[in-house]
Structures are given as structure tokens and as C-alpha cells.
Design a protein around this ligand. Structure first.
Ligand code: TTP
Ligand code: MG
Ligand code: MG
Length: 434
């Protein structure tokens, strides 16, 4: 594994970790329903409503109180089972107990019901998953500064220069991260530490759940080569099929092929990449988060809403979204100048409008007011599926720009619609809708 040392720090072994949360959505759900621990549970099929199960309990046991504080007291036999499910929903993830039945991500709920009819089915709650996603990432950032965000439940971390990052190949630091995350959230994760991102990503799967796996440069032949080519992040089903057609099934098979042969059969750059990957070579740096350019909040409705009949509900939802995005900005220490809205109609057409202020803000009332003006510029001709608000042109709240806005440009409004601009008269009716 040639890229084991850092070019800028000769002699220092490059140690890169990949951290991935275990059965993430399902594990977050189990925090509020701990009575389901160890049981087969799948997440999918619909969105969480606040809170269907409590309503059911209020009917079953009206003599006592049922609030959000009592979720853990709901008896297991009250939870919906897969067997009762009819619909086209898809499973996002499953607990390890459900995986034992062959149930997993991206499977239709109906199919899963055949495999494990007694599994409990819970709806998704993205806001909750985002919250825990932010929490575990912040915890890791407190321990190690170089973190690359790879989605809702995974990150790469550069261990090389972090205290403890080289001890036992990174195991000591990995253990500290696992413990800190579990103590703070009750969630577990698995971590792979290796000389580079490619191998770390594979390694984090080796000892799931709640596992640590360390790969040293000498482990390539014993730990990596026996794996199927699909285990290389970047070899998808199509590429795998092409490799199989050439009799290449494992990473070891791939490593036996000459670089030139791979380049001939799979193209110059892909062939060279395949060769490097099979030999455990990967020089990609851990790319830390760049400053965000915008923050947004949006929501898809349970059922399409009518701009007139549902105006009160829409107004409330819009206010809440503005408050949420303002809270996001304030929590992360940003202010923005461009306020935008996004709508999706029941025919899936999307429309956006935005307005740029001459100053920066993170004030929910101001975001609400400017967002409301943007909404008035939309021809509300159909029912709405989705509503969102975005604040862009962000700067840090304590930056020079925020404190002394220098731009002398007049405030501007921009149409970014995927449909013709609204006509003034047609949207008059909705003028004070939200
Ligand atoms: P993963 O990390 O792939 O899976 P996981 O965390 O559920 O389980 P594991 O212990 O094997 O890591 O995905 C993270 C979350 O992303 C998962 O909890 C749900 C969501 N997801 C989907 O919604 N659809 C999918 O097809 C996949 C793979 C994941
Ligand atoms: Mg995961
Ligand atoms: Mg993941």
C-alpha cells in the first residue's frame, strides 16, 4: 500500500478512519421506543405523525395519560406489524434482528412482510435523524478537527495528527469516539481505520455493529483480496457485471490483472483506478466541510394542501419553517442576505423565488416576512405538495461583512422559476395567504 505515509510529513503514517452509524434510522427510533430493543424492526412505509401510537393508547387505556413522555411505555403488541401492511412503501433500514430474516434497505415493504411478517414497522422521521446526525458529527469534531461529511450517518476522519490517532493503529482514538458518541446519544457506530479512505470505508463494515477494525499496510492480501469487487466503494452493479464477464470476482482476482490490461478493457482512467484500488492505493485527502452557502428547511405534506382551504395550516407550516431555518443559522453562527422559497405543486412542478436584502439577517420574523413576499409572486394554481424556505449568501455572524455590509448594490429580486413568471392579478387572491 504505497500511500501509507503523508507526503508532507515524512515518516508519519497516514491513518484515516471511516465512521458509520449502526442501523442508523432504526437505532434512533429505538431511543424513543426502547421496549423494541432486540426485536426485528423496520423503518419505512410512510412519515411519522405526531404520534399515531399515542392516539391508539388513548383509545385502549383512556383512564391514564398518554403524552410524548410515555412513548417507552407503549406495549410491544400495540406496534403495527409488517404483516398488516398494504402499499408500495420501501424500507429505509432494518434492525440487525430483522436483517437476520433477510430484510434490508431499499426492499419493498410488501416483500419484507413475506420474509418477516412479525417485524414491527415504524414510519420515518427525518428531522429526528438529522438531529442525531448533527450531534454525532459535532462530537467527533470536538475530538478531531479534520472531518469529511459523507451523508447522514457517515464521515471520514483524519487520525494522522490527532493525539492517540496512531496508538494501536488508531484503535485507541476510535474507541474514545465510540464511547463519547454512545454516552451522549445512546447510539452505536462502527469505525474502520486504515492507510486511506478506500480501505477505511471497507474496514468500517468488518465488525458491524459497534465494532472497530484496523487495517495495516500488510493486511491487504489477507483482509482485502478475498472480498468481492463490489466491496470497493465505486464499483457498482454495472461495473461488477463487466468484471465478472472477465472472470474477475474478488479484489484479489482484480489485483492479479496487469494495469495495461485493465486500461485496455475498462478505459484509461477507470482501468488505472481499478488497478490502484485492488492494490489498496488511494491518495484522496479528507476534505473538510467548506463554509455553507445556504441553509434551508422544507417539508413535504402528508396530503397535498389547497392554498385557500388549507391557508391556516400552510401559514403555520411556513412560519415554523422560517423559525427552524433561523434557528439553524443562529446555532451555527451564520447570517444571510438572500431569502428564497420553494414550492412543489401536485403535478411535481417546482417553483422558486428569492429576494436579496441590503443587509444580513437570521431573524425568523424578517425571514418570514420576506419569504411571504416571495410567495406572493407565485401563481398558486394547484395544490401544494411541498413548501420550503432557504437563506443564502451566508457569512459568519461576526464577520466584517455581516457587521458592515459593504455591498452598495440595490436589493434585487430574481425569478428562478421553472415555469413562466406569475401574473400579478392571478396571485392577488393569495396575496395575504401566508
Ligand atoms: P447505511 O449506513 O447504509 O445503513 P444503516 O446505518 O441503516 O445500517 P449499517 O449498520 O449497515 O450501517 O445507511 C444509513 C441510513 O440511510 C439508514 O439508516 C437509512 C438510510 N438509507 C435509506 O433510506 N435507503 C437506503 O437504501 C440505504 C442504504 C440507507
Ligand atoms: Mg450506517
Ligand atoms: Mg452509512
Amino acid at each position: 500500500m504505497g500511500s501509507a505515509t503523508k507526503p508532507d510529513r515524512p515518516g508519519l503514517i497516514r491513518r484515516i478512519a471511516h465512521l458509520d452509524m449502526d442501523a442508523f434510522y432504526a437505532s434512533v427510533e429505538l431511543l424513543r421506543y426502547p421496549q423494541l430493543k432486540g426485536l426485528p424492526v423496520v423503518i419505512g412505509g410512510g412519515r411519522r405523525r405526531e404520534d399515531d401510537l399515542l392516539d391508539r393508547m388513548r383509545l385502549l387505556q383512556p383512564e391514564r395519560e398518554w403524552t410524548a413522555d410515555h412513548l417507552s411505555e407503549i406495549p410491544v403488541d400495540v406496534f403495527p406489524r409488517l404483516s398488516g401492511y398494504v402499499g408500495r412503501g420501501v424500507i429505509t433500514t432494518a434492525t440487525y434482528a430483522a436483517r437476520a430474516f433477510g430484510v434490508g434497505s431499499a426492499m419493498g415493504v410488501m416483500k419484507a412482510a413475506k420474509l418477516c411478517p412479525d417485524a414491527i414497522l415504524l414510519p420515518v422521521d427525518f428531522a429526528q435523524y438529522r438531529h442525531y446526525s448533527r450531534t454525532f458529527k459535532d462530537i467527533v469534531l470536538d475530538i478531531a478537527p479534520l472531518v469529511e461529511d459523507r451523508g447522514v450517518d457517515e464521515i471520514y476522519i483524519d487520525f494522522t495528527d490527532v493525539p492517540g490517532g496512531q496508538r494501536e493503529g488508531g484503535r485507541v482514538l476510535a474507541r474514545l469516539m465510540q464511547k463519547t458518541i454512545t454516552d451522549a446519544t445512546g447510539l452505536t457506530c462502527s469505525i474502520g481505520v486504515a492507510p486511506n479512505k478506500l480501505l477505511a470505508k471497507m474496514a468500517s463494515e468488518f465488525n458491524k455493529p459497534n465494532g472497530i477494525s484496523i487495517i495495516y499496510p500488510d493486511d491487504l492480501e489477507s483482509k482485502i483480496w478475498p472480498l468481492a469487487c463490489r466491496k470497493i466503494n465505486g464499483i457498482g452493479p454495472k461495473a461488477d457485471e463487466k468484471l465478472r464477464a472477465q472472470g474477475i470476482h474478488t479484489i484479489g482476482d482484480l489485483a492479479l490483472k496487469e494495469r495495461d490490461w485493465l486500461m485496455q478493457h475498462f478505459g484509461q482512467s477507470h482501468g488505472a483506478w481499478l488497478h490502484d484500488a485492488a492494490h489498496g492505493l488511494d491518495d484522496r485527502p479528507v476534505v473538510t466541510d467548506s463554509e455553507p452557502v445556504s441553509m434551508s428547511r422544507e417539508t413535504t405534506f402528508e396530503k397535498d394542501l389547497h392554498v385557500v382551504h388549507d391557508r391556516a395550516a400552510l401559514g403555520e407550516i411556513f412560519t415554523r419553517l422560517c423559525q427552524q431555518v433561523a434557528a439553524d443559522l443562529q446555532r451555527k453562527g451564520y447570517v444571510g442576505k438572500t431569502i428564497g422559497i420553494k414550492l412543489r405543486f401536485d403535478d411535481f412542478q417546482s417553483v422558486t423565488r428569492d429576494h436579496t436584502l441590503d443587509h444580513y439577517t437570521a431573524n425568523p420574523l424578517e425571514i418570514r416576512q420576506v419569504g411571504g413576499l416571495c410567495l406572493k409572486r407565485v401563481d398558486m394554481k394547484r395544490r401544494l405538495r411541498l413548501l420550503g424556505v432557504r437563506v443564502g449568501a451566508l457569512v459568519k455572524v461576526d464577520s466584517d461583512e455581516a457587521l458592515h455590509p459593504t455591498s452598495h448594490k440595490p436589493p434585487s429580486s430574481k425569478l428562478t422559476a421553472q415555469e413562466p413568471p406569475a401574473q400579478k392579478e392571478t396571485c392577488h387572491e393569495q396575496a395575504d395567504l401566508f
